[in-house]
Design a protein around this ligand. Structure first.
Ligand code: PLP
Length: 416
């Protein structure tokens, strides 16, 4: 079967050769970067370099190797803060990722400030990582847990959102970009409504924004922003929580132990300064260094270029997919979403589709995407999701479309 090409599609980014896993698997079409990204060689080299030239426990030793490890770790924080538009790099707390960042705010600020009768607002498109910690906190504290509904095309219903806000609202949590729909949320408008109607804090899940377009925490206007390194070309097990200094200063520690203390007496303990107050125990210094190499790599490409590359792929993919009979796409138009497309097919379960695509060397995600409340609202148990990043090109879309057509043949699709 001859595949139709989109003649307007001209992505200029050709970086596949920088990614060893993709080079080692030339027939692989990796379309699951919303789950985790592949790693460029510069990141693997940075990890190796740390262990070969600087490995010691940061902040602990009086010897020069430990000082070197401490410097590497510190410079990584400064570099990543710069990438995410944070002038005060001590306000970037290293975590294992977005999940830990959100749990830190819930376990620290939430535990200390939320009272019976208060209200916490989330959205129906939030990932479980930015939903369950708030649900649990609300249950524990006797607070009301309120869920903002979505428009039929998968955006936050701002009318409903505004109606949920009142003087009892203590926390408003939302994602910057939906991992299941790709919707880019209007943060400025969300913040405006929250400020107008409440004194609530805002917690933004940036897991799917930091990797895909320029983000400046200092101009975003949110109080907290959490992100995951592994989704932005960095290693697994490292990410961050950025917060406003005055809030981080006031918050109690989230975990206790080594490094986060100032003085420990028999009957009390005082806390270290930021960022150490929130980084108990030996830090993941090597992975922080790896993530710094990843953001340097992204900076060399340019985040505007990353965005336009994904947009070009997205609009080409969306056009091709929309032309397939029996295929339904969820979420807003390509121009208003990041590089994620979620869809279902008549008569082919997403898991079967993913299995058939796997046989063709195409990796997509099938399931609820850790967004079960959203799936319930879409009235589906699961969707198939293809997601794009810097190393994808039109051949990945060709392989995706051709695999879908094969699945249709196997399952004997009969038009209704
Ligand atoms: N939030 C969103 C929107 C995500 O896509 C993810 C991961 O898929 C997370 C949170 C959780 O990220 P992590 O597992 O890296 O903590």
């Amino acid at each position: 079967m001859k595949l139709r090409r989109d003649s307007a599609f001209r992505p200029d980014l050709r970086v596949r050769a920088d990614f060893p896993l993709l080079v080692n698997n030339p027939d692989l079409h990796y379309l699951d970067s919303a789950a985790t990204s592949q790693k460029p060689k510069v990141v693997l080299d940075a990890l190796r370099d740390f262990y070969e030239t600087a490995n010691a426990n940061p902040h602990r030793g009086a010897y020069s190797l430990s000082v070197r490890a401490t410097e590497y770790y510190h410079l990584a924080r400064v570099r990543i803060a710069q990438f995410l538009g944070v002038r005060d790099s001590d306000c970037l707390i290293f975590t294992r990722g977005t999940t830990e960042g959100v749990n830190l705010v819930a376990g620290s600020w939430g535990e200390a400030n939320v009272l019976r009768g208060d209200e916490i607002v989330v959205t129906a498109m939030d990932h479980h990582a930015n939903f369950v910690p708030w649900q649990i906190l609300a249950m524990k504290k006797g607070a009301k847990f309120r869920i903002c509904e979505l428009t039929p095309d998968g955006r936050i219903d701002l009318g409903h959102f505004s109606g949920l806000l009142n003087d009892r609202t203590k926390i408003v949590a939302f994602n910057h970009v939906s991992n299941a729909l790709g919707t880019i949320n209007p943060i400025a408008e969300i913040i405006r409504l929250v400020r107008e109607k409440t004194d609530a804090i805002t917690v933004c899940d940036g897991a799917q924004s930091a990797p895909h377009f320029p983000v400046s925490f200092d101009s975003l206007g949110v109080d907290f922003y959490a992100f995951s390194g592994h989704k932005m070309l960095g290693p697994m097990g490292i990410g961050g929580l950025i917060g406003k200094r005055e809030m981080l200063e006031e918050m109690p520690p989230y975990q206790t132990g080594g490094d986060m203390i100032e003085f420990v007496y028999d009957d009390r303990t005082t806390w270290n300064v930021l960022p150490h107050k929130f980084e108990a125990g030996t830090p993941n210094a090597a992975n922080a260094v790896g993530l710094a190499a990843a953001v340097e790599y992204l900076d060399r490409i340019g985040m505007d270029r990353v965005l336009s590359h994904e947009r070009a792929l997205m609009s080409a993919a969306q056009k091709r997919l929309a032309a397939i009979e029996g295929l339904r796409i969820y979420g807003p138009p390509a121009s208003e979403r990041s590089g994620v497309v979620s869809f279902t097919m008549t008569d082919v379960h997403p898991h079967d589709l993913a299995t058939i695509l796997d046989g063709e060397g195409v990796c997509i995600r099938a399931g609820h995407h850790c967004a079960q409340p959203l799936m319930r609202r879409l009235d589906v148990p699961a969707t198939a999701r293809a997601s794009f990043y810097v190393y994808n090109d039109e051949s990945d879309i060709d392989a995706l479309v051709s695999g879908i057509m094969k699945a249709r043949e196997i399952f004997g699709y009969v038009p209704a």
